[in-house]
Write a new protein. Structure first.
Length: 431
C-alpha cells in the first residue's frame, strides 16, 4: 500500500537579534512526519532539511539523528511508523541569528521526507530576525474531578525569550461561568458576561530577556461548575493594547491587593519593543468539576384543520444544578431529533442550527430532522425551538417522538445527565 507523508513544522519563526552582550537566543524547530493511513506500517525514513536561504543571517545546530551535508543542509533519520501510529518526531534542531544579522532579513527553511516508496509534499518555515521582547506563558496542567464549592489554583510562568525588556505586561484572564476569581485585584479591571468573567491586569514588574516569573491565579469552583475553562494571555503593555483589549466592553476596577509577578530566574536587559512571537502568549486550561445537570425535553400539542400551518414547540430545560457549556469544541448542549407527525409536513424550522437526514432503504423510512440548542445553557434556563407544520390531512392523535441525541462525540449527555428518562417527549397533532 502506498502512503502520502505529511510534514508538520512551525509555520513561521522570529529569531531574536543580538542581546546587549552580543549573543543571540536559539529557537528550537520541532519537525514531525505523519502518514495518511494508520492501518499499515511505514518503514524508517529520512527528512531532508534545507536551511540555505537563511545561511547568511542564521546558524543551525543539528541533532544527533541528522547528518549534515553542509552547515545549512542535513538529512535526518526518523523511525518507522507501525500500524496504528499517527506520526513520529523527525528532527529537533536549533537556529539562532548570527552576530550583526540584518533585522529585516528573512528566508525559508524547507523540508521533504521519504520512507520506502512514500514521499511527502514539501513544507517550509518562514524565518525572520527581530529585536524586541518575546513574552510567553507556560502550559498549565488541566484539572479534572474538582469538587464544587472548593478552591483551586492555576500556576503558570511568564518568560521573556526575546532580546529586549518588556517594561510592563498586559495580562488578560478569563474564567468561565462556573468559576470565580477569589480576588479582585486593584491593578486589574473586570467585565462580567453571560459565559464568565474577564480581567485585564497591568503588571509593573519589568521582564527582561532570560527572566521568568511565576503567575498564580486562585479560582473558586462554584456550585454550578461542570465543564469549565480558564484562558490567559500576556503581551507587552501599551495604552493602545489596553484599549484594544477592552473593546466596547465596560470594565470595573478591582479593590483587592495588587496582582504581582514573582521572579524565579535571573535576567539580562535592554529596551522596549513589540512582542516578537505571539504564538506562545495565549494558553487555555480545562477545569472539570464532578457535577451533574439534568436536561429535560418537552414537546407540545397543536390543533388545526387540513391546510392549516401550526407551530409545534420543543423545549430543552436545564434543571441543574450545573450549567452546561461546550466552550472548547463549540458543540450544542443538546441536539433534538424528530420527524413530522403523520399527516403533516415540516414547512419551517427554527433559526437554530438544523439539518435533515433523508429517508433511505437502510435507515429511517421518513425524513428525520435535527435541531441544536446553543453551546451553553445556564442552570434553571431553557431553550425553545419552534417547528412549522402544515396539516395535509387530519389524523386524530398523530404523534411524533422527539428525543435528544445523547451520545454526541463532543458533548456526551450521558456523562453529565443523571436522568435520561426525561430526555424524550412527543409532538401531538389534534390529540
Amino acid at each position: 500500500m502506498s502512503h502520502q507523508l505529511w510534514i508538520s513544522a512551525p509555520y513561521e519563526t522570529v529569531l531574536p537579534g543580538a542581546d546587549a552582550d552580543g549573543s543571540a537566543r536559539e529557537r528550537t524547530f520541532a519537525v514531525g512526519v505523519s502518514r495518511d493511513n494508520a492501518d499499515d506500517s511505514v518503514p524508517a525514513g529520512q527528512l531532508t532539511v534545507d536551511a540555505s536561504e537563511i545561511g547568511s543571517f542564521a546558524r543551525v545546530s543539528w541533532p544527533a539523528n541528522c547528518v549534515p551535508e553542509s552547515a545549512v543542509k542535513a538529512v535526518c533519520a526518523f523511525p518507522e511508523m507501525p500500524v496504528g501510529t499517527d506520526g513520529v518526531r523527525a528532527a529537533e534542531f536549533g537556529v539562532r541569528a548570527l552576530p550583526g544579522a540584518d533585522p529585516d532579513a528573512s528566508g525559508y527553511v524547507r523540508y521533504t521526507a521519504t520512507a520506502g516508496e512514500a514521499t511527502s509534499h514539501p513544507q517550509e518555515t518562514r524565518v525572520t530576525v527581530g529585536n524586541g521582547p518575546d513574552l510567553g506563558l507556560s502550559e498549565a496542567d488541566d484539572q479534572r474531578g474538582l469538587k464544587p464549592g472548593t478552591d483551586t489554583r492555576v500556576r503558570a510562568s511568564v518568560s521573556n525569550s526575546g532580546n529586549r525588556i518588556a517594561e510592563r505586561t498586559l495580562l488578560w484572564l478569563n474564567a468561565s461561568y462556573g468559576l470565580r476569581f477569589m480576588e479582585r485585584h486593584s491593578n486589574c479591571e473586570y467585565h462580567e458576561r453571560a459565559t464568565g468573567t474577564s480581567a485585564l491586569c497591568v503588571l509593573d514588574e519589568p521582564v527582561a530577556p532570560g527572566q521568568q516569573y511565576a503567575l498564580e491565579t486562585e479560582l473558586g469552583v462554584g456550585r454550578k461548575a461542570l465543564y469549565e475553562r480558564f484562558d490567559h494571555s500576556v503581551q507587552p503593555y501599551s495604552d493602545e493594547a489596553l484599549e484594544a483589549a477592552r473593546g466596547s466592553a465596560t470594565y470595573t476596577k478591582g479593590t483587592g491587593p495588587e496582582l504581582n509577578l514573582r521572579p524565579v530566574a535571573a535576567a539580562r536587559g535592554a529596551a522596549e519593543d513589540p512582542d516578537l512571537d505571539m504564538s506562545d502568549n495565549y494558553r487555555t486550561v480545562i477545569l472539570e468539576a464532578r457535577n451533574t445537570a439534568d436536561l429535560k425535553l418537552t414537546g407540545s400539542k397543536v390543533l388545526g384543520a387540513a391546510g392549516d400551518t401550526v407551530t409545534a414547540r420543543m423545549t430543552v430545560y436545564n434543571r441543574g444544578p450545573a450549567w452546561v457549556a461546550s466552550l472548547g469544541a463549540g458543540a450544542a448542549v443538546a441536539t433534538v431529533r424528530f420527524q413530522a407527525p403523520e399527516g403533516t409536513t415540516v414547512v419551517g424550522l427554527p433559526e437554530d442550527d438544523c439539518w435533515t437526514l433523508p429517508p433511505s432503504p437502510e435507515g429511517q423510512p421518513a425524513t428525520t430532522y435535527f435541531c441544536a440548542t446553543p453551546i451553553w445553557l445556564h442552570d434553571k434556563a431553557s431553550h425553545t425551538m419552534e417547528v412549522q407544520l402544515r396539516i395535509d390531512r387530519v389524523v386524530r392523535g398523530a404523534r411524533a417522538a422527539i428525543a435528544t441525541v445523547n451520545d454526541h462525540p463532543e458533548l456526551d449527555i450521558r456523562k453529565f445527565d443523571p436522568n435520561l428518562r426525561n430526555n424524550s417527549a412527543a409532538i401531538v397533532v389534534n390529540g
